[in-house]
Design a protein around this ligand. Structure first.
Ligand code: PLP
Length: 407
């Protein structure tokens, strides 16, 4: 199916904006995506017409609101191909989802001396939660390295696995390099030794079809705001057998069955992991976003964004002095780069004045920057509403900035 890009663009009101009197060219999609009208409408409509706290109310609005929230859970279940809707835990985002696993899995399944394997290209949100666990348990982090192109050295994995390995926690797609990791292979290797796998899907759920049952992944996390949904809502998928086994992450209302000062019994899945009032407006708006992308088709989105990546790689590599950081043959739609000796911040500032939004810095992946011996990069990341014309504008903006610095 051909994508009707003009129709898609018209669904995103913000793309009409002018920045410094120039049309907005938004290439900061790996940080957060813009929102289609249907997502904004869902939020407004819910607050105007259907707002009431969920689960406990006998009144009409509460029941309607509860139904919308639980239907949203089913939408997420279908979007990632989970077996049961009780395997879908709403969180604040990928970060909270990984913290949940690090805490609940960590304290219940790890003993002193155990090991967790991560990769050298993790976002800080898949490094720091494990280091927090180290304050409670004497566990060790082992790291799968990547090569000079940013390709994971998967042959190292089997050498890192041993009897003490308790979990492998890997990013599906690197937000700093664009590398797509072979998670199917990693999961097969891990399961052959009975080791569960957590996949950070923050940069994959928005860009490619995901089926957690086909992958046989044990935990999968993603953020709503990166997949055209609202901020403040995300998802942890966990296999039922694991979610049953591990204890709650936070305590409070909703996650309990009975409470006394002597003893508390916990609610069933998924509520055991959803303490307090959930973001039921966020969940329904996330469902609207997932329905929106599903209607376009995740494979169509993946194909289109790959075409943008190919085009952009071709264009940018023609620029004198431009060096791409992250040249894996398997890449998602983002390009990290440097131009000569120009500081990423300076390049980002000049591009901004031309109406082009890119991200500069370490992208919350300092170990990646360290491996390349750099402080940061400029990152252009693509979404379904971006066009080749916008990539042309980016390329000429970079040329213009480079010329200014050469003078
Ligand atoms: N993991 C990856 C690979 C990311 O790119 C990000 C955000 O950029 C995160 C985790 C954290 O996501 P959030 O801040 O939405 O929790």
């Amino acid at each position: 199916m051909a994508i009707d890009i003009q129709k898609i663009r018209s669904d995103f009101p913000i793309l009409e904006r002018k920045i410094y009197n120039k049309p907005l060219v938004y290439f900061d999609n790996a940080a957060t995506t813009q929102k289609p009208q249907c997502v904004v409408n869902t939020i407004v409509n819910n607050y105007y017409n259907c707002n009431a706290n969920i689960h406990r109310g006998v009144h009409f609005l509460s029941q309607q609101s509860t139904e919308a929230h639980e239907n949203a859970r089913k939408t997420v279940q279908n979007f990632i191909g989970a077996k049961n809707s009780n395997e879908i835990i709403f969180t604040r985002g990928t970060t909270e989802a990984i913290n949940l696993v690090a805490h609940s899995f960590g304290i219940s399944q790890c003993n002193d001396g155990d090991e967790i394997i991560v990769t050298q290209m993790e976002h800080h949100s898949n490094i720091v939660p494990w280091q927090l666990l180290q304050q409670i348990k004497d566990i060790k982090l082992r790291v799968i390295p990547f090569d000079e192109k940013g390709v994971l050295q998967i042959d190292q994995l089997e050498k890192l696995i041993n009897k003490k390995t308790k979990l492998i926690a890997v990013t599906h797609v690197s937000n700093a390099l664009g590398t797509v990791n072979p998670i199917e292979k990693i999961i097969k290797i891990a399961h052959s030794q009975d080791i569960p796998v957590l996949v950070d899907g923050a940069q994959s759920a928005p860009h490619t079809p995901i089926n957690v049952q086909d992958l046989d992944v044990d935990f999968y996390a993603f953020s709503g705001h990166k997949v055209y949904g609202p901020t403040g809502i995300g998802v942890l998928y966990g296999k039922e057998k694991w979610l049953e086994k591990i204890p709650p992450y936070q305590g409070g209302g909703e996650m309990i069955q009975n409470v006394s000062f002597e003893k508390t019994t916990f609610n069933e899945l998924p509520f055991k992991f959803e303490a307090g009032t959930p973001d039921y407006i966020g969940s329904t708006a996330l469902a609207a976003a997932l329905n929106y992308v599903s209607e376009i088709g995740m494979q169509n989105i993946a194909d289109y964004e790959h075409e943008l990546l190919r085009y952009a790689t071709d264009k940018l590599t023609q620029i004198d002095g431009l060096r791409i950081i992250g040249e894996s043959p398997q890449k998602s739609g983002l390009i990290s780069f440097l131009v000569g000796q120009i500081h990423p911040y300076d390049m980002g500032t000049i591009l901004d004045k031309l109406g082009i939004a890119v991200r500069t810095g370490h992208h919350c992946a300092e170990p990646v920057m360290k491996a390349f011996n750099i402080d940061g990069t400029i990152r252009a990341s693509f979404a379904i509403y971006n066009t080749k014309e916008e990539i042309d504008i980016l390329a000429s903006g970079i040329e213009r900035a480079a010329k200014m610095f050469r003078k």
